[in-house]
Design a protein around this ligand. Structure first.
Ligand SMILES: Cc1cc2nc3c(=O)[nH]c(=O)nc-3n(C[C@H](O)[C@H](O)[C@H](O)COP(=O)(O)OP(=O)(O)OC[C@H]3O[C@@H](n4cnc5c(N)ncnc54)[C@H](O)[C@@H]3O)c2cc1C
Length: 466
């Protein structure tokens, strides 16, 4: 049992708002609770508080933001929510999708203004499923820059983060009120810390083989490229407390992880006209549906890998992304002046030439794609060509605790637990039930917006106790 009776606790201190997990959601929650006047403490199991967030590209969707307006982009929360609903085929919570859509711009502007995160609009390409350019990111488009800025803001606000503090148990009474937590140190010693409100910001279960086996076996053969410390603790505790859990099979995959290198090749290379082939030199799916669902398509190919094929023009445009620069430095991006050279460097059969010719015809509008992709929205590839070998990857899970608009954890009957909040990967996302509903930005939107609400609501709750 991971729940313990408060009578068994030996609290060495009590804080008003306690946060489990020091990734994007945890630090956002801490900063917003502090801004609302509550004292907070963050507990993080790792030696550094970075989480999945620091591994990410750090892009957050924010329809109607001032950054979009400055570039003359007309967008609205309703438009974004419609994109979310279309991507999930209407299989996510409509109200939550609209709520997070509405809060994207205020959250991004709050991150920029209060947390000093240097954000700007990504206006160079449209992510699959987004009808407007609405992704906001740091100068080099990295989650590590985002986390760096959040850490600086936390330091400025004197927010304490205890590292190497793995929360193992919650102390809860018969009314499901959480009185505190027990944490375990690397040497096996334990400490109990009391709280008035608890925010679960410890993400999902991508780091648990057992839970993946149980809920998402289709992705077990993929390369795991998420945070290994995310073991599904929030879901386990929530369940014991009677919380509702939804979309447990949902996850963000990625069909473009540089093979053997662990560097994500962003989907802009596909959106702009690139495509993927398997070991036989032939395409096997509609790559433009999205990068998440492409992961299992690649896992199903011989050897579980594919080659992304594109050209010099796309290569040059991709240099905007730090990850891509890393891929260049790691020699993942192969160069070929001619079709013959492309076959040589990839080791793919001549069928690749016929595939390229077929793609050119589709891009010119002469023929239609059997997989249903519209190639006319991208460019017709020209030599010299570029190629990168990729594997299908699991990034993080999207199912989790059902929360309301204030990030309060709900029971099955929709009543909130007394003092428990959740956000980010710990909460149910807005990506529907499977692998195909993930729209770029869903992860960090849930982490930052729900983190912010959790901080505000928890601060309000503890002030009521004071
Ligand atoms: C390569 C990659 C690229 C991505 N790019 C994007 C993107 O551009 N945009 C986007 O929206 N999303 C992106 N995502 C997804 C995004 O990173 C996640 O959705 C988001 O970071 C989740 O934030 P979080 O705070 O919930 O979790 P995390 O950032 O993972 O933080 C959770 C923290 O909790 C800690 N923890 C876990 N259990 C415990 C415990 N028991 N006790 C104490 N601490 C604990 C962990 O160590 C971790 O530090 C990407 C993901 C990957 C892997």
């Amino acid at each position: 049992m991971s729940l313990l009776s408060p009578a068994a606790a030996n609290f060495q201190g009590t804080v008003p708002v306690l946060i489990v997990g020091g990734g994007g959601c945890g630090l956002t929650a801490a900063l917003s609770a502090k801004q609302c006047g509550a004292e907070v403490l963050v507990l993080e199991r790792d030696q550094t508080a970075l989480g999945t967030t620091a591994m990410s590209t750090g892009l957050i969707p924010a329809p109607g933001s001032r950054f979009q307006k400055a570039k003359g982009i007309i967008d609205s929360p309703e438009q974004f929510a419609a994109d979310v609903m279309a991507k999930t085929k209407n299989a996510t919570d409509t109200e939550m999708a609209l709520h997070l859509s509405r809060e994207g711009a205020p959250t991004v502007e709050w991150l920029a203004d209060y947390c000093d995160v240097p954000l700007s609009l990504v206006d160079s390409f449209l992510y699959p499923g987004h009808s407007r350019m609405r992704m906001h990111g740091t100068p080099n488009r990295t989650g590590s820059e985002l986390m760096g800025a959040l850490h600086q803001a936390a330091e400025r606000e004197s927010i304490d983060i205890i590292l190497e503090a793995q929360v193992t148990n919650l102390f809860a009474d018969d009314t499901q009120r959480v009185h505190g937590v027990r944490l375990t140190r690397p040497d096996g010693s334990t400490e109990d810390i009391g709280c008035d409100a608890l925010i679960l910001a410890c993400c999902g279960f991508a780091g648990s083989r057992e839970m993946l086996q149980q809920y998402i076996p289709e992705i077990l053969e993929a390369t795991f490229f998420g945070h290994p410390g995310n073991k599904g603790d929030a879901i386990a505790w929530g369940r014991e407390l009677g919380a509702a859990v939804a979309d447990i099979h949902s996850y963000q995959g990625h069909g473009g992880l540089a093979y053997g290198q662990g560097i994500p090749i962003l989907w802009a290379h596909i959106v702009r006209g690139g495509f993927q082939v398997n070991a036989n030199g032939v395409r096997f799916s509609n790559e433009a549906r999205g990068y998440s669902e492409q992961a299992v398509e690649i896992v199903a190919q011989p050897g579980h890998w594919a080659w992304s094929i594109f050209d010099q023009k796309i290569h040059d445009a991709m240099k905007e992304f730090d990850d891509y620069q890393d891929a260049i430095k790691a020699n993942c991006i192969r160069h070929a002046e001619t079709l013959d050279a492309l076959c040589n460097i990839t080791g793919l059969p001549d069928a690749l030439k016929a595939t390229l010719a077929a793609v050119a015809d589709m891009a010119a509008g002469k023929t239609k794609d059997a997989f249903g992709r519209d190639f006319t929205t991208g460019s017709i590839l020209q030599p010299p060509y570029k190629a990168v070998k990729v594997s299908g990857a699991l990034f993080h899970t999207q199912g989790g605790l059902v929360v309301d608009k204030h990030a309060r954890v709900l029971r099955a009957d929709k009543t909130p637990l007394p003092n428990l909040f959740a956000g980010g990967g710990a909460a149910r996302g807005i990506s529907g039930p499977g692998n195909s509903g993930y729209l770029a930005g869903n992860g960090l939107l849930a982490a930052t917006a729900l983190g912010r609400f959790a901080g505000i609501a928890a601060a309000k709750l503890v002030k009521a106790f004071a």
